[in-house]
Each structure stands twice: as structure tokens, then as C-alpha cells.
Design a protein around this ligand. Structure first.
Ligand SMILES: [Fe+2]
Ligand SMILES: [Fe+2]
Length: 162
């Protein structure tokens, strides 16, 4: 990759997040299947629907800047999801597993919030007004999901695990 200016860096980061969102679409159904709590399962299922929309939104951002959607491997999300998969294999107690998966899912959300925050601010500087709105919509859903997962943890999942 050769990146020499902010426009190219924006595009590169867009491809990185596009890769990440597609990996998350693959991971969430597995996490939902493993969840013991109905609330945790429902949270993963509903975020799967949103995440599919995030992929579509990114495609519209590519289109808005006149580029074809393409993905570049994002080592950060590979690492975070690898850790989540390892936990799913290692933790045997269902309630502890729910707490572990909530924590793993929140690591994913924080990664996404960071990336979308950066993309929103770069899109603004670069004058991609439509992209700003689209990326903000996703960022807000990531934040709402993170809050929802925090509440689930506090509302009992973590205590049950303890
Ligand atoms: Fe997302
Ligand atoms: Fe997310």
C-alpha cells in the first residue's frame, strides 16, 4: 500500500473497516449460538442485523467517493475475533461464557467506535459530506450497542458468572 495523503489514508481505513465489518457478520451468529442468556443472544442477533447494514453503508460511502468497495485485511479485528473464538472454545461454564462474550463483543464495539470516529472526522476534513452522515449513523449504532452490552453485564450476566 502506498499512502501519501489524507484522501488515500481515508480510503485505506475505509477498506480496513469494510473487512472488519464483514468478519463481524461472520462472527456474530456463532456468538449468538453459544450464548446462554436469551438477552445476550438477542443483543447479538439484533447487532447482526445492524452490522449487515454497516456493510451496506460502507458500500454507499465507497460509491459516494467514486471507488469500488474493496477490503484490506485488518489485523486488529482478526486479533480481537481470534481472542473471542478462543474464549468460546475454552470457557465451559455457560454463564461465565456469556460474561466473556459480552467483554469480547465490547472490545469489537470499541474498535469500531474508534475507527468510525476517525473516519467521520477525516470525511469532514476532506469535504465528503454525505459520507460524514452515513459514517455517523453507524458510529451511533456502535455506541448504542456498547451501552446495551454494558447494561446487560451490569444487569446480571456478570453476577451470574461470579
Ligand atoms: Fe459495525
Ligand atoms: Fe458493532
Amino acid at each position: 500500500m502506498s499512502v501519501t495523503n489524507l484522501e488515500e489514508l481515508f480510503l485505506h481505513t475505509l477498506k480496513d473497516v469494510y473487512y472488519a465489518e464483514k468478519q463481524i457478520v461472520k462472527a456474530l451468529p456463532k456468538m449468538a449460538r453459544k450464548a446462554g442468556s436469551e438477552d445476550v443472544k438477542a443483543a447479538f442477533d439484533s447487532h447482526l442485523t445492524e452490522t449487515r447494514e454497516h456493510v451496506t453503508r460502507l458500500e454507499s460511502v465507497f460509491a459516494a467517493i467514486g471507488k469500488k468497495p474493496s477490503a484490506v485485511k485488518c489485523d486488529a479485528i482478526v486479533g480481537i475475533l481470534h481472542e473471542a473464538t478462543e474464549l468460546m472454545d475454552e470457557v465451559e461454564d455457560t454463564e461465565t461464557l456469556d460474561a466473556a462474550m459480552l467483554a469480547a463483543a465490547q472490545a469489537v464495539e470499541h474498535y469500531e467506535i474508534a475507527r468510525y470516529g476517525t473516519l467521520v472526522s477525516w470525511a469532514g476534513v476532506l469535504g465528503h459530506k454525505d459520507a460524514v452522515k452515513t459514517l455517523e449513523a453507524t458510529r451511533e449504532e456502535e455506541k448504542a450497542t456498547d451501552d446495551k452490552l454494558s447494561k446487560l453485564g451490569k444487569s446480571g450476566v456478570n453476577k451470574k458468572a461470579a
